[in-house]
Design a protein around this ligand. Sequence first.
Ligand SMILES: C[S@@+](CC[C@H](N)C(=O)[O-])C[C@H]1O[C@@H](n2cnc3c(N)ncnc32)[C@H](O)[C@@H]1O
Length: 304
Amino acid sequence: MKGNEMAKYAKLDPIYPMYDSEKVKLYVGNSLDIVKRLPSNLIQSVITSPTYWGKRQFTNDEAEFGTEKLEDYVKRNVELYVTVLEKLKDDGSLFIIIQDTYMGSGVSRTHHNHWDHNKDPSYKREGIDSSSQGNKTSVTAHHQIIKNKSLSGIPYRIALQLVDKGYIWREQIIWEKPNPMPENVNDRLRQSAELILHFTKSGKYKFHKEFFSVKGQSGKERMENQVLIYPPEPKKGHTATFPSKLVKKLLLGTTDEGDTVFEPFLGSGTMMDLSIEYNRKFIGCDINPNFVEKCISRLKGRLL
Ligand SMILES: C[S@@+](CC[C@H](N)C(=O)[O-])C[C@H]1O[C@@H](n2cnc3c(N)ncnc32)[C@H](O)[C@@H]1O
């Protein structure tokens, strides 16, 4: 099925999976609509990364994250993760990989001038502006209260509400990129990190510490520092850059074989590939039918 045909289908019935096997279910649509219909107490881990506010735009669908007002972006994220909370197992985890946005940063159009995108045209992003990437809206251009040049505080705005609504906020992991995107600034440091917010449903949760431990100076094992250093990993045809090595650690550290992983922002399908490789069940969805279609094409001919 072609992308736009799939989208029509998804609009008719947002709970109809585009791919449905015992181990993998893939949906096209708004992740909030989909998560609402999942059974309670099903998901062991959610490891996800919403479209960052004001930075990308892949469709003209109003439900797409990232093109709305700041307050609505925060509200949508909170609503989604609060709904996820009902579906998480009692010992489940939620990881949100997220970056803040500077107010006044305007329309984002520069991203493809980096890394391998110049060298290999197949890395060209699928966006909807004239250069096939970026965010057409100007939601980040001005805010009534937050002054231009200020960080908007998005990760914290979301995290504080999730804590108030029942999550335990266990950790703020810092994903440090040794080769961040170049920035044309002279009055602050360059942005080289993203946050990985780790939330749990209860104080006692599945956590296999061997995936997060290192040998200390004394030769004894200790827990790793909260700053994890990994280069971004550009994906063909998608802006997502989160490195599989990093998210693999989160996956193996908080799930076991046979557990169910949910990815509300499927994108290039990093979590799908890892879940299959490590024998986890996987439910994913994306508002962009083309992304789901690409993931489905990778599953063809496999017994899942
Ligand atoms: C940062 S990317 C996710 C990257 C992904 N983790 C990966 O491995 O590539 C965000 C994705 O969210 C999708 N998206 C945006 N709003 C959505 C919504 N309301 N429901 C489902 N997907 C949405 C976008 O199409 C995009 O593919």
